[in-house]
Design a protein around this ligand. Structure first.
Ligand SMILES: [Fe+2]
Length: 511
């Protein structure tokens, strides 16, 4: 059942500025006192400061130092909206993130203001288009600013210029700024380009992916925009990589459109210099009955992905290729049954992969198909039943999911059994969102689950060559990104045991 107040029964707190007796009492009652500001320190974790409040909306006292007076209204307004909407339409708005599992307290939301002129580009981010192009996306408050990107390989000297297009959207009383998109290229691989948007304003730069292996992906879902998010992004940025992959739940705006803008500004320093390839989570839906029945209005307008290039008809699922690697971004919140467009598209997309040229295939989606956490149990099951055969027959190497706010790595699996020809399943819903961590895993652990931990962090997949890849999961600490889990992986395309027509009934135990 949905609880208005977060419960914390298993959090190993050992220090607080609240009285110790009250804390003991609250633990015995399996709940935190509502509207009580306490600083908690967790063993092996940095100190957390939280104010418990209804509906998981974090109104931390520390926000005084972060949010201006005007911006506080952004945090106050959603409480009213959510309360009203909960009474009117509880199911669509609460979505799948409502259950009775225990979460670790989150850190405060960071609201990132726009502090320059209306014509200044903001929320700049880039994404791959085809093999040698990049889409530059940005927003201006000024509706007259042109959708122009100038770019070149030397700072301040722009040899290329592209005029793109623009869009905008309305969501209730919110009107978005002018959302610009321009696709630039062809671009050289492994090259740094300098660019500016709108014909003026600050210069940005990015590095293109390499033309051959190795290539490194950062993979992290359920990012949000809290102090934990900032910590995760700083850790990500501390070591180079080529492409950022996000398996859903970006801003946690949850219909509060100004928080989409805030998220765009928070991630701009990172998303403007490496391509961010995303797919949707439940927090992108923003469905409102009758008025916005199909959802994804803000997501599709703000985060256009190269779906047409892969033959998809929807921004909610697509694929793209980088050297020796085919990346498939599936949609957990659009139709996926055997008669659906997504299913047919996936079938065709997998059939087109030439594994002799593209030995690695990885898939990202939001709701995990395999999950031993108490949170979101069974939510990916219908999609697994619909699509698992396709991925298994195609010898997909890895499947990454988010949604569950923790890290978990499984062995190779097919149909709930260990199978050396099935994908490795990894959940990385640990980016730092405002809801906190999913603390409780099922006990005893399934033998299929090889590593699981409820901590914030991010993962890195380094495709070393046609045969080998190195996966590592980096737990956030305040000062260090600690490698807590790592594994070498062999591509299934090079596995003799898995070549030929696969037999789903031939289960190979590999634990
Ligand atoms: Fe989610």
């Amino acid at each position: 059942m949905y609880s208005l107040f977060p419960s914390v029964s298993t959090i190993p707190l050992y220090n607080t500025n609240c009285s110790s007796s009250s804390i003991i009492t609250t633990f015995r009652n399996n709940k935190l006192s509502p509207f009580t500001a306490c600083t908690y320190k967790l063993k092996q974790q940095p100190s957390l400061s939280i104010t418990t409040s209804p509906c998981h909306i974090n109104n931390n006292n520390n926000n005084n130092s972060i949010m201006s007076k005007g911006l506080k209204s952004i945090a106050t307004f959603p409480l009213l909206v959510h309360t009203l909407c909960f009474l009117l339409f509880p199911q669509p708005l609460l979505s799948q993130d409502v259950s009775d599992y225990v979460r670790q307290p989150a850190r405060p939301t960071i609201v990132t203001p726009h502090q320059s002129s209306d014509s200044e580009p903001q929320q700049v981010h880039i994404s791959l288009v085809g093999k040698d192009k990049m889409r530059v996306s940005w927003i201006t408050e000024d509706k007259h600013t042109k959708s122009v990107v100038e770019y070149g390989t030397k700072s301040g000297k722009y040899t290329g210029k592209v005029t793109g297009d623009d869009t905008s959207y309305q969501y209730f009383f919110y009107s978005s700024g002018k959302i610009h998109n321009a696709v630039i290229g062809p671009l050289e691989p492994s090259t740094t380009y300098f660019y500016r948007c709108g014909g003026s304003g600050p210069e940005f730069s990015f590095k293109t992916p390499p033309s051959k292996l190795p290539i490194e992906f950062v993979i992290v879902g359920d990012l949000g925009q809290t102090e934990w998010t900032a910590s995760t992004l700083q850790h990500v940025d501390s070591s180079d990589y080529d492409v950022f992959l996000l398996p859903g739940d970006l801003s946690y705006a949850d219909s509060q459109q100004p928080l989409w803008d805030s998220f765009g500004r928070l991630v701009q320093p990172y998303a403007s210099k490496r391509p961010w390839m995303v797919t949707e989570g439940n927090h992108e839906m923003e469905i409102f009955p009758i008025i916005y029945p199909h959802g994804f209005k803000a997501y599709n307008a703000r985060w256009p992905m190269p779906y047409q290039e892969s033959g998809s008809t929807s921004n909610l699922y697509y694929s793209f290729e980088v050297p020796s690697t085919h990346v498939i971004m599936l949609g957990s919140y659009t139709d996926f049954d055997a008669k659906s467009d997504q299913y047919k598209w996936l079938q065709n997309d997998l059939a087109k992969i030439d594994r002799s040229k593209t030995p690695w295939v990885i898939v990202l989606l939001h709701a995990p198909w395999y999950n031993t956490n108490d949170a979101h149990q069974g939510e990916g099951e219908s999609m697994r039943k619909a699509m698992e055969d396709l991925l298994y027959q195609a010898r997909v190497d890895l499947v990454f999911a988010g949604h569950v706010h923790a890290y978990e790595r499984f062995t190779r699996i097919y149909d709930n059994k260990a199978n050396s020809c099935g994908p490795i399943y990894v959940t990385v819903g640990d980016g730092g969102n405002r809801e906190g961590l999913a603390m409780n895993f099922k006990d005893p652990a399934s033998p299929l689950s090889l590593f699981r931990e409820p901590s914030f962090g991010h993962g890195r997949l380094r495709i070393v060559d046609e045969t080998r890849a190195y996966w590592s999961w980096h737990r956030n600490n305040d000062t260090d990104a600690v490698v807590a889990d790592d594994i070498w992986i062999e591509s299934l395309s090079r596995s003799k045991a898995c070549s030929g027509t696969p037999d789903p009934k031939a289960v190979h135990e590999e634990l």
